[in-house]
Design a protein around this ligand. Structure first.
Ligand SMILES: Cc1cc2nc3c(=O)[nH]c(=O)nc-3n(C[C@H](O)[C@H](O)[C@H](O)COP(=O)(O)OP(=O)(O)OC[C@H]3O[C@@H](n4cnc5c(N)ncnc54)[C@H](O)[C@@H]3O)c2cc1C
Length: 493
């Protein structure tokens, strides 16, 4: 007998929502995606895609700035040498940037990407409804078909399964309210018609560090306000130190152990007051102080969906909420705020809801990158887990400065670091700090996922010369039985 077609309603068209929709459609469900702000979500329209598009331009500026050391004389570039992006931006380099054109490119690319998502969903037969949706009270026991209902405008859509993937919103501090002109969230940057001359970035987590790095490279004078001892306090300490050193060498002012109490407009610019009374002036201020879940007004309490103590939707490892038949994925769950994790949570939800075999979400294999210059890419265990005794592992770290390809390219900031089990030799994780570390980390990611050992990676050919040669070299260092620690700089790569 033919099974009745399951119906799925998804609130939110970001990666958590649209990837789930594709899986559900593939499994034969009738799928409706309700989205208020554009397919692709904040990921595509305001956050991940636009920031990485901006960074594509800032990376090119870093290369141009270092070009003199590679023997290229750019008229008007000042002829400074010393490696890629070695020093501070020169006077007038901000004028190299056509800001309206840059921001137009960023927004056009985001719109095109959003349109691609729409095309893909349409091709899979997914219905898209534009508007703000909310759950209504469950009308029937959850085990029965059509147990849930979502309301959008005056339409009610009944479904067997609901997925909430409504994402997050920039956290707003009441004493530093963004005005969209001088005091900004990252979502408002691309509506400016100029590059900030003096940009104050409040918050030195991933988003703050990425924008500080990008705008510094584009020629803005950047002040980064960090409440902690160092930038990127949650990340690998060696990696954060490298990036902070690069920031400072390029002329960024990093105010550590400094907390912004208030930000206000001041004449033509902004004035940031720190909790200790010091003040910082600039032309613009970018607030990057976190993300809050977008869960207000969507009927969660009435539907029986519980929040955790941080205000995010409580989910288990197969994305179930406390309400039967209601799943949640992505930033609204606060599990790990990455597009890849949101997408995986969404897919897992659908596999589970529609009766497929499913492996619960594993966060210990997530590869992630911080798109500063140089980039920081990580996968697997963190060194803090080794230091605390939680994980037993050997650690090898090779600086990029000794890698022949890095020398040829004029890079000197960065390293590769591998963690391996001392008993089995299994690769447990790694950190790469390098230009395009986001690409290099795949080798470590495969090793972690496929339970490869240092011997197996060490016996794998890497190209000579290549940055990835440092990864195979690091494995060779780890496979030696009695390892006298050779000083850095001796490897063949
Ligand atoms: C500046 C920045 C850069 C980032 N860069 C990266 C990166 O390089 N790599 C990476 O992996 N991650 C990155 N992230 C994180 C990534 O953007 C998020 O993890 C991802 O967007 C989460 O996807 P989501 O589907 O949960 O939500 P979103 O992408 O936020 O999508 C949610 C959608 O739901 C809609 N919505 C909300 N409420 C309703 C409602 N009631 N009804 C209908 N629709 C609704 C919203 O309008 C939105 O369209 C970045 C984040 C930021 C802030």
């Amino acid at each position: 007998m033919r099974q009745p077609q399951a119906s799925v309603v998804i609130l939110g068209g970001g990666p958590g929502g649209y990837e789930a929709a594709l899986v559900a459609a593939q499994l034969g469900a009738r799928v409706t995606v309700v989205d208020s702000d554009g397919l692709g979500g904040a990921c595509v329209l305001t956050d991940c895609v636009p920031s990485k598009t901006l960074i594509a331009t800032s990376e090119t500026m870093v290369l141009l700035r270092g070009s003199a050391s590679l023997g290229i004389e750019i008229p008007g570039a000042g002829g400074r040498g010393g490696g890629a992006g070695a020093g501070p931006a020169g006077p007038g380099e901000r004028d190299w940037i056509d800001a309206p054109r840059l921001y137009r490119r960023v927004k056009d690319l985001a719109q095109a990407q959003s349109a691609d998502v729409g095309t893909r969903l349409a091709a899979e037969g997914v219905e898209v409804v534009t508007g703000r949706g909310r759950l209504t009270r469950r009308t029937r026991p959850a085990r029965l078909a059509g147990a849930h209902a979502v309301v959008v405008g005056d339409r009610e859509i009944v479904a067997d399964v609901v997925l909430i993937a409504t994402g997050g919103l920039p956290r707003i501090i009441p004493t530093a309210r963004p005005d969209g002109q001088r005091i900004l969230t990252w979502r408002q940057l691309y509506d400016l018609d100029e590059l900030p001359a003096e940009l104050i970035v409040v918050g030195s987590g991933v988003t703050g560090a990425e924008f500080a790095s990008a705008y510094q490279a584009l020629g803005s004078q950047v002040t980064l306000i960090s409440s902690r001892e160092r930038v990127l306090p949650q990340e690998d300490a060696d990696a954060a130190v490298v990036v902070e050193e690069v920031f400072k060498r390029r002329g960024m002012t990093v105010l550590s152990r400094s907390r912004a109490a208030a930000v206000r407009r001041n004449g033509g610019g902004v004035l940031v007051t720190l909790t200790d009374g010091r003040t910082v002036r600039g032309t613009h201020c970018l607030m990057t102080v976190g993300v809050v879940p977008a869960v207000g007004g969507i009927g969660l309490a009435r539907a029986g969906v519980a929040l955790n103590d941080r205000g995010f939707i409580d989910v288990d490892r197969v994305s179930r909420t406390s309400a039967p038949g209601v799943y949640a994925a992505g930033d609204c769950t606060g599990v790990q705020m990455l597009a890849s994790v949101a997408a995986m949570q969404g897919r897992i939800a659908m596999w589970h809801a529609l009766g497929e075999a499913v492996q619960p979400l594993r966060l210990d294999h997530v590869a992630a990158t911080i798109f500063t210059e140089p980039e920081i890419a990580t996968v697997g265990v963190a060194e803090t887990m080794i230091e605390s005794g939680q994980v037993r592992a050997e650690v090898v770290m090779l600086p990029l400065a000794t890698n022949p390809r890095a020398k040829m390219q004029g890079f000197r900031d960065g390293f590769v670091k591998l963690f391996a089990s001392p008993r089995s030799g299994r690769i447990l994780g790694g950190v790469v700090v390098a230009p395009r570390a986001s690409e290099l980390i795949l080798a470590v990611s495969i090793a972690v996922e496929q339970l490869l050992t240092v011997d197996q990676l060490a016996h794998t050919f890497s190209v000579y010369p290549s940055l990835s040669g440092s990864l195979t070299e690091a494995s060779r260092r780890l496979m030696m039985p009695a390892r006298p620690r050779a000083p850095f700089g001796e490897p063949a790569q």
